[in-house]
Design a protein around this ligand. Structure first.
Ligand SMILES: [Zn+2]
Length: 55
């Protein structure tokens, strides 16, 4: 767990750098996406909502 603690990844939605150990995940067949919090995860899960917020 030591290595994961210092590793940082970018949130898939907002690109904020976050510790990988603290990130939320969405796993597909061949990929894993990372999110800084549930609002970014929801944002990615709901394309319709995304359109509204991008204006
Ligand atoms: Zn984010």
């Amino acid at each position: 767990m030591k290595e994961e603690k210092s590793e940082k990844i970018a949130c898939h939605v907002c690109q904020k750098m976050i510790p990988k150990a603290a990130a939320l995940h969405a796993e597909g067949q061949d990929y894993v996406l990372h999110f800084c919090d549930t609002s970014c995860l929801d944002y990615w899960k709901n394309p319709e909502k995304r359109k509204k917020e991008e204006t």
